[in-house]
Design a protein around this ligand. Sequence first.
Ligand code: TYD
Ligand code: MG
Length: 464
Amino acid sequence: MAKRGPTYTCQNCGAVYHRWQGKCDACGTWSSLSEEAQAAPVPGARGSSGKARGRVFALESLKGDTQDAPRIVSRIGELDRVTGGGFVPGSVLLIGGDPGIGKSTLLMQACAALALSGRRVVYVSGEESTGQVRLRAERMGLADAPVDLASETNVEDIIATLGQGTRPALVVIDSIQTMWSGEVESAPGTVTQVRGSAQALIRYAKTSGACLILVGHVTKDGQIAGPRVVEHMVDAVLSFEGEGAHAFRILRGQKNRFGATDEIGVFEMTGKGLSEVGNPSALFLAGRDQAAPGAAVFAGVEGTRPVLVEIQALVAPTSLGTPRRAVVGWENSRLAMVLAVLETHGGLRLGQHDVYLNVAGGLRVNEPAADLAVAAALVSSLTGAILPPESVYFGEIALSGAIRPVSVAAARLREASKLGFEAALMPSGGADAGDGGGLNLKRFGHVTELVADIAARAPRRDVK
Ligand code: TYD
Ligand code: MG
C-alpha cells in the first residue's frame, strides 16, 4: 500500500493527491481539494496484509436459469416508467436534483404507496427531523401510511436498525451527503465519507435484498455533488429536474441497469404533493401563441414516449459588438451549429443579430432531431413569417445543410395527429413514417428548401 499520512481529495471528482494544490488536475476545479485521512480498507475485505489466501468460488456458465428481476411496483405510473417497471429488490437507485425540486416529496409518496400495499418501508432522513417529515406527509394526506420513519445520520446505526424485524422492501436515505460512517476517518460531507457511507449502505442492500434509494445533492452545473464514483456504484441514476417558475417536474433516467435510459416521467407540483401528468405534450403546448413568428412545434421523443414541445426563437438586430446567443433548454453548441449552417447554406445574415432560443415549458431537449424545428423557428423570427400553426417539425441538420432522417418517425407523427396537428415537416429520407398518422407530410432534403418554404410566407423579404 502507498505511504500513510494525509491525502488531499478533490471534493468535486474524488481525485486524490499527496500534496495540496490550488487546482484539481483531473477535473479542473479550483480550491476543491481538502485534507482527508486515508480511507480505511473496506471492512470484511481480507487481504490488506497481502497474506490472506482468497476463498475459492465456483464459476458459472452464461447459460443458466435466472428469472427476470421481480419488481416492486409503486403504482405511481410516471415513477415506474422511469425505473423500468418498478423497483428491483437488492438494487440501488440514486436520485439527484436541485434543492427544493421535490425529491423528498416524491420519495415520501412512493414510500407511502408501498407501505399502504403492505410492504415494510423505511424512510431515513438525515436532513429533516421526523416532525418535519411527518408534516409533509400530513400535507399530502399520507399521514396514515405505515412508513417507518427515522432521523439519523450514522450508517452503522442505520444498518443495525434495519436488521431488526422484517426485511424492508424499500429503504430511502435522504440524503447520502448527510451520512457518515464511524469506520471512515473524515468529516461528514467529504467525498471519502460519502463514498464510504454509500459503500456500506449498498453492501447492506445487496446482502439483504432490500431496494435502496439514495438521494444526492446536485452542484450548480447539475452534477450529483460529491464523488462521481457513487454514480458508478449504483444500479440506476435518476435526476429530478424542473424550472423554478414552472410547476411541473421531470424525472429522467440517466443510467439504469434494469431498464431503458432517457425515459422521462412528468409530474406537477401541487398543494398536495406531486401529481402525475399523463399527457405531457398537452401541458408543454398549453398557452401557445400561434399568431407570432419565431415559434415551431418540435415532435420529439423522450425515451419511448413522443413529446411535443414548442421551440421559440427571437432574432433581433444587435446593439453589441459581439451579438448575443442565449439558449434555454437546448445545447449552446448545437445552436451555434444550426446558425452556421443557416448562414453558409441557407443564405441568412445573422452576424448582426442577437439570437435567443427557448424550449417552452422548461423541458430540456437533447435530441439532434430538434435541429429542423430550431431552424424553422429561427428563420421564421428573422423573416417575420408566421409558421403554419397546425404543423410539427423534426429532422437532424448535417453540417452540409442536408436534412437527415431521425428515428421513430412513426411515433412522432402519431402523437402529432393525436393532438390535432395536420401537417409534419420532416426529412425526405427515412422509411419508418408508417401511414403518416393521417398527417400531410412535407419533406425536405436540404435547409435551402426549408428557408425558401418559410421565406415564401414572409411579409417582407430579408432573405437574400
Ligand atoms: P422537497 O420534496 O422538500 O424538495 P427536495 O427534497 O428536493 O429538496 O420539496 C420542497 C418544495 O415543494 C417546497 O418548495 C414546497 C413544495 N411542495 C409543494 O408545493 N406541495 C407539497 O405538497 C409539498 C409536500 C411540497
Ligand atoms: Mg429533501
